[in-house]
Design a protein around this ligand. Sequence first.
Ligand code: 3HC
Length: 310
Amino acid sequence: MSQFRIIAKNFSSSSAVQNAIKNVTIIGGGLMGSGIAQVSAQAGQNVILVDVSSDVLEKAQKSITANLGRVAKKIYKDNPAEGEKFVKDSLAKIKTSTDPVAASKSADLVVEAIVENLGIKHELFKKLDAAAPPHAILASNTSSLSINKIFSVVSRKDKIGGLHFFNPVPVMRLLEVVRGAETSEGTYQTMMAWGKSVGKTCITCKDTPGFVVNRLLVPYIAEAVRLLERGDASARDIDIAMKLGAGYPMGPLELADYVGLDTNKFILDGWHQDYPDQPLFNPIPLLNKLVSEGKLGVKSGEGFYKYEKK
Ligand code: 3HC
């Protein structure tokens, strides 16, 4: 409940923020990309949401419509007609495309939220660097890769950065803003102002593995999986413990299922490869087993828990 009050407050104050970004292109129509598209459109920006798959775009539009409805219900609970207008106006701000190059031609900001694969990101950013206007900022929503490595292939090294959102994007109030080694002060300030304009509280972190949140959250989840693997406590009890004993909204294993066990594994494996001497990043047999069985959490219907398929 309280989260929604804050969203409403941030939303209504966003117009006061000086924000140079009017046209935002989001690459990747998954959970994160569609959430970023939603909050940008809610803030009155022109959005193009891009994905190679038109099926993914269709699904994204459906989930954005449903989530805008949830927001409208809270903000305009006494005025349903205004709520409907809010949903309609926000949706009208979002166009979709399957062509990242064409979609970036008039962007002020491009936010990439595609698969966490450095090679694929390099190919994309080479094209976007050539296609986007010279003033445009290129940003990545990466959760675990290095911003400097992602943008090593672009020539506009002063106009790049990390804009790391959290799932579910319309609800989670944080945005991590990450500067690359050559990011200009102007680019950094523009990213901070843009984050505020889409209703987020921005924090800044150096280009380090997992930035702040995932550097703390991923080892915490990993320790919970190890606790379960040793048989020290049941999944249910581990989750209840952290919710009632530490005030977390979800327990670590519920959260692992929510984020996706494949995502957790991918992040841990990447860090283990880069930092083999850090025991917090060691592979976890139980996590690897679940992923190899296709038990990826909420999205696959089973992880540490079972879920009804939607
Ligand atoms: N869009 C709009 N509103 C939404 C929403 C969405 N996608 N999802 C939930 N909501 C709203 C609901 O309408 C509800 O509103 P109300 O309280 O005013 O009635 C409110 O959020 C709470 O939702 P629910 O009642 O459905 O469920 P919960 O109370 O269990 O809350 C939760 C769900 C917000 C997900 C909460 O459990 C939570 O905060 N969990 C922790 C999430 C977290 O840690 N995220 C970060 C993951 S790490 C990450 O993303 C980084 C990446 O790099 C891996």
